[in-house]
Design a protein around this ligand. Structure first.
Ligand code: UD1
Length: 382
């Protein structure tokens, strides 16, 4: 193919889970040779710990454009991204926009591209929790409605899209690109003792944790924004930590509620190591060695399923049902007593075993690129 017929593709990222998904896609697009790729960062996540470290560890090229929108309500973030991105896409128009996942940046970028009639590929399409109180559910619904090519991670997602009136010809099952990153990175995952020591764990804590520990992340607004809810969950974690030391990677949203309400005191006294957000290689190093994970993150539900580690999800629903149907995931809701009981059960039985879902094989990015190329080929003027 000649240079003149190179397709121009813009990839959008904004927040931590996007980085893990875009890394293999960028690599595969660049390696293919038929694409000129630009990376646009909205700047939704900006801390070094939430951002730069991921770019380094996942070898993501520096963004070509950074809109630096920062924090704000979902509406503020969406509006700022739309204003910033419109200029970028209108002046230098790509043939295709690729968005991943379900964060505010995903939806905002899709809105801008749709208005400019730029075709959109959504990677991780069709996931539905059925819970519109979750900001991500709105983002998923809008992004899928506006997308031209919808690429799914699990078969159930296609059914969701068909029910919403998306044409079958727009949908393709490609597998899970998060698992591409996991496969590509496990060899470089950081050893547990190193990560714990780097975050101030005592020698005694490290020695106990090496006999078994739990890995914890919590950041959903429904779990961490209300101090009473978070207090209850932290109480349950303190009880669980009597039997199993816990490493709790605290998201800035969660830390803000802990600090504003003085909820941190009990953690230090229990066998809980509270750390800042971890790097990707630290997080997967801990996850693979953990006896269990306690989380409300979509990514951790998937990664623990791929690693065969029991996962207790502190939510009433999941948009990733395959992690429950085939994987190691169990939903327990946000009631502290259910969390305690679920952890006790994992500790006494060893927890749920599962199998790795279909096409979570580390090759999703290659299939994504093939579908993007086929889509653009079909639209090529004769
Ligand atoms: C976002 C995504 C969520 C994803 C999560 C992973 C949406 C609706 N939510 O939630 O799907 O699972 O990222 O991390 O897009 N903050 C910092 N430093 C940062 C980024 C954020 O301190 O680098 C603070 C912000 O100031 C804000 C809070 O963290 O107060 C929340 O950030 P925000 O981007 O609004 O959403 P997340 O909760 O991170």
């Amino acid at each position: 193919m000649t240079k003149a017929s190179t397709w121009r593709v813009d990839c959008i990222v904004g927040a931590r889970p996007n980085f893990v998904k875009i890394a293999p896609i960028m690599r595969a697009l660049r390696a293919d040779g038929r694409f000129r790729v630009r990376l646009v960062h909205t700047g939704q996540h900006y801390d070094v710990a939430m951002n730069d470290v991921f770019f380094q560890e996942l070898a993501i090229p520096a963004p070509d454009i950074n809109l630096e929108i920062g924090s704000g309500t979902g509406t503020e973030q969406t509006a700022r991204i739309m204003l910033g991105l419109e200029g970028v896409l209108a002046t230098d128009r790509p043939d295709m926009l690729v968005v991943v996942g379900d964060v505010n940046s995903t939806m905002a970028a899709a809105l801008v591209a749709a208005k400019l009639l730029i075709p959109i590929t959504h990677v991780e399409a069709g996931l539905r929790s059925g819970d519109r109180t979750m900001p991500e559910e709105i983002n998923r619904l809008v992004t899928d409605r506006l997308s031209d090519l919808l690429l799914t991670t699990e078969r159930e997602a296609e059914g969701n899209l068909l029910k919403e009136g998306i044409a079958p010809s727009q949908i393709a099952f490609v597998g899970n690109v998060m698992i591409d990153s996991l496969h590509a990175s496990l060899e470089r995952a950081r050893p547990v003792h190193e990560t714990l020591a780097a975050h101030g764990a005592t020698a005694a804590f490290i020695a106990t944790a090496e006999q078994g520990f739990g890995f914890v992340t919590l950041h959903r607004p429904s779990n961490v924004d209300d101090p009473a809810t978070l207090r209850g969950l932290l109480g349950a974690l303190c009880d669980i930590a009597r039997e199993l030391p816990l490493v709790f990677a605290v998201h800035p949203r969660t830390r803000a509620t802990i600090e504003a309400n003085g909820l941190g005191a009990g953690l230090a006294a229990a066998q809980i190591l509270a750390t800042p957000p971890l790097s990707y290689l630290q997080a997967i190093g801990l996850m693979r060695a953990a006896r269990l994970a306690i989380t409300d993150s979509g990514g951790v539900q998937e990664e623990t399923t791929a690693l065969g580690v029991p996962c207790i999800t502190v939510r009433d629903n999941t948009e990733r049902p395959i992690t429950v149907l085939e994987g190691t995931n169990a939903l327990v809701g946000s009631a502290p007593e259910r969390l305690r009981a679920a952890a006790r059960e994992v500790l006494s039985t060893g927890g749920k075993t599962g199998r790795v879902p279909e096409m979570w094989d580390g090759k999703a990015a290659l299939r994504i690129v093939a579908h993007v190329a086929a889509f653009l080929e079909r639209r090529r003027p004769a």
